[in-house]
Design a protein around this ligand. Structure first.
Ligand code: NDP
Length: 234
């Protein structure tokens, strides 16, 4: 059965791969973007997840177009890497605002419809570094670790209503985000990954597809690593 899906940051990178995969499964898929427009074949709504009013407006448009969101993939995220001593408070709070508070904003807005519909899937895109930590990413790792507590609390609040909340923790994935790494950083990262390569975004999408499925109804509060063995299952 086709579900109503919303993927935040689904206009490019991992989010786009997830959106295309779920659309390929027969779901009705909407993505948020911040001005780039909708990717070919997908329904796009403009929203910055740091702005509750924009989030609300985007949900209204999605509801009108394809019904209440039944599968929410909270994927939008940013990095602003630097060592703690040099990290400004603004660099810390802005990353947490986009990656963690942004997830809270969209999850809260989606929960109404899921409760009414008595079915739902929350999938939060975290990161291996949320569990292992990473030098230069105090802000980012804190935001990604926060998603685990958020998802597990949601799982406890809504688990009896046929609603699940799970986390996917990717390792390094070939996108614009990892393109920003230097050759030296790339070599250092890959030396730690048993797979010896970056993930393809489609490999993250496959994990999301499972968690979004009917069959995953008894998987709740889980953290699913898709990291080529980097975190060894955490
Ligand atoms: P990209 O940098 O390629 O894309 C980021 C996406 O997030 C874009 O769609 C961007 O929109 C959107 N976004 C960023 N900030 C906001 C905001 N405030 N409001 C709405 N949308 C926003 O990243 P990836 O595809 O690589 O990453 C996707 C997710 O996966 C992120 O949460 C990231 O932390 C996580 N991740 C990535 C890994 C990797 O190796 N690439 C590893 C582990 C986790 P716009 O186009 O408008 O900028």
């Amino acid at each position: 059965m086709g579900r109503s899906v919303l993927v935040t940051g689904g206009n490019r990178g991992i989010g786009l791969a997830i959106a295309r995969d779920l659309a390929g499964q027969g779901h009705k898929v909407a993505v948020t973007h911040r001005g780039s427009g909708a990717p070919e074949g997908l329904f796009g709504v403009r929203a910055d997840v740091t702005d509750s009013e924009q989030v609300d407006e985007a949900f209204k448009q999605v509801e009108e177009h394809q019904g209440p969101v039944e599968v929410l993939v909270s994927n939008a995220g940013i990095t602003q890497d630097t060592l703690l001593l040099r990290m400004t408070e603004e660099q810390f709070t802005s990353v947490v605002d986009a990656n963690l508070t942004g997830a809270y904003r969209v999850a809260k807005r989606a929960s109404r419809g899921m409760l009414r519909g008595k079915w739902g899937r929350f999938i939060f895109i975290s990161s291996v570094v949320g569990l292992t930590g990473n030098a230069g990413q105090v802000n980012y790792a804190a935001s990604k670790a926060g998603l685990v507590g958020l998802a597990r609390s949601l799982a406890r609040e809504l688990g009896s209503r046929n609603i699940t909340a799970n986390v996917v923790a990717p390792g390094y994935v070939a996108t614009d985000m990892t393109d920003a790494l230097t050759e030296e950083q790339r070599t250092a990262v890959l030396s730690q990954v048993p797979a010896g390569r970056y993930a393809d975004p489609a490999e993250i999408a496959a994990a999301v597809r499972f968690l979004a499925s009917e069959e995953a109804g008894y998987v709740n509060g889980a953290v699913l690593p898709v990291d080529g063995g980097l975190g060894m299952g955490h």
